[in-house]
Design a protein around this ligand. Structure first.
Ligand SMILES: O=C(O)[C@@H](CO)OP(=O)(O)O
Length: 193
């Protein structure tokens, strides 16, 4: 069956202060690598024989996830190509990245709340909005689907990217995007319609 599997990368190192990650290039933690090894063993065999290609965000945590996913014996003879796609990078939150919520409120008074009032379209300085993210991610996925019109595509990306795509496929408003669950290393199938 044609369709796309979306896989979020594994866990990052603990971030107890909840500093904004965004599209910073932070590698998987050892626990995150183990999550993906489990996925390579338990999930990937169901794609054997029907996986056309892997399309991954070019950030390290997704690149590494994609390459661990293809370590099983079922891919040894003819591994599917892995395409690195910058348009699947995580939401760019510009000058907010690396900061805590308290630091954002201190350095950019009022902006955090302003985003809450216009969540889909608010664009922090130097960054982008969820609507912009959704457009570029959708363009990228559609482009790769046209390149591989048959077979299953495996898309390895980030919570914000996958949520924005799933919101589109489920016709949910972007205001509700954070309600879509996206645990580390989770998998979601979107059939072709
Ligand atoms: O580690 C996380 O919680 C996030 C970073 O914002 O991961 P990602 O957005 O890359 O899915």
């Amino acid at each position: 069956m044609n369709g796309m599997w979306f896989v979020r990368h594994g866990a990052l190192p603990p971030n107890p202060e909840r500093r904004i990650v965004g599209n910073r290039d932070i590698p998987l933690s050892p626990a995150g690598r183990e999550q993906i090894r489990v996925l390579a063993r338990d999930f990937m065999p169901i794609l054997a024989g029907r996986l056309a290609a892997v399309v991954s965000s070019d950030l390290g945590r997704c690149r590494e996830t994609a390459s661990i996913l293809l370590t099983g014996n079922e891919w040894a003879a003819s591994p599917p190509p892995i395409h690195l796609e910058p348009d699947l990078r995580e939401l760019n939150l510009g000058q907010w990245q690396g900061l805590t919520k308290a630091e954002i409120e201190q350095r950019f008074p009022g902006q955090y709340d302003a985003r809450g009032r216009n969540f889909p379209h608010y664009c922090p300085e130097g960054g982008e909005s969820f609507a912009q993210l959704q457009n570029r991610a959708l363009d990228a996925v559609n482009r790769w689907r046209r390149h591989y019109p048959t077979g299953t595509l495996l898309v390895v990306a980030h919570a914000g990217v996958i949520r924005s795509l799933l919101a589109y496929y489920m016709a949910l408003p972007l205001n509700d995007v954070l309600r879509i669950p996206q645990e580390y290393a989770c998998q979601t199938f979107v059939p072709e319609w």
